[in-house]
Design a binder for this molecule. Structure first.
Ligand code: DC
Length: 230
């Protein structure tokens, strides 16, 4: 397995894309890039600067500020994956809150923001040997990726997984709120004008509603070995 390839994993929110992407990157010795974390970091910045809340969004000022927003990934050896930094501060925990989840899809509709992040993502993957997950990786960021996966699962299963994750880390949330957020993000991500979430023509679709992590990983690794690395 010497040939390095690009693996694009797209799909709906909370379909376990990042878990699979992290495992694959570890197994193959590839870089893993969580592009959702980049949109979340920009959202956190906008919240900190009072540029966005439930009822207002100052897009002009956020666009003006883009050149002073620096997002980076720093590998944490004790976790085995990279954490996201916003202007030099580790924001890995802050970007996963329900407050950020409620606003991030709105931020991700802005073309100027997408342009900046897509160009950074293309740069991070320019030497191949990368597993990148998001919504537009196989369609916009790396349309020539050797392997494209599209992950899906029922909204109820996804909300249950997300609810458990948040409760396990000590956040106070309720299930109905999470389910509503998952459905609302599906709607905004799939209907936005710029780079909507669609299945790339050459993507392999994976419904993991009733599939355990181990089975899913084995199947996908097999796909990588048989289809892409030979
Ligand atoms: O993968 P995630 O749930 O952390 O992503 C958060 C949001 O960011 C998601 O609702 C839509 C947006 N996003 C995007 O528009 N394009 C990407 N490549 C990744 C995420």
């Amino acid at each position: 397995m010497t040939k390095k390839i690009t693996i694009a994993i797209d799909g709906f929110s909370s379909t376990g894309k990042s878990t699979i992407a992290k495992q694959l990157a570890k197994e193959l010795g590839y870089i893993y890039v969580d592009t959702g974390a980049m949109y979340r970091a920009v959202t956190l910045y906008a919240m900190q600067q009072n540029l966005i809340s439930k009822n207002h969004f100052n897009t002009t000022e956020l666009i003006d500020d883009l050149s002073s927003i620096s997002i980076s990934f720093v590998f944490n050896p004790s976790l085995g994956y990279a954490e996201v930094y916003l202007n030099g501060t580790n924001v890995e925990k802050e970007i996963r809150t329900i407050e950020v989840s409620k606003l991030v899809s709105k931020v991700a509709t802005i073309s100027e923001i997408r342009k900046k992040l897509v160009s950074e993502q293309q740069n991070m993957g320019k030497n191949k040997g990368v597993v990148m997950d998001g919504r537009d990786i196989g369609t916009v960021v790396f349309p020539n990726a050797e392997l494209k996966l599209f992950m899906t699962a029922s909204a109820d299963k996804r909300a249950k997984r997300r609810y458990k994750e948040l409760v396990d880390r000590g956040d106070r949330v309720n299930y109905e709120e999470i389910l509503h957020n998952v459905q609302e993000r599906d709607r905004i991500d799939s209907t936005r004008a710029d780079s909507p979430l669609v299945v790339a023509e050459d993507a392999i679709e994976f419904d993991n509603s009733d599939m355990g992590l181990k089975e899913q990983f084995e199947r996908i690794l097999n796909l990588v070995k048989t289809h892409a690395l030979t």
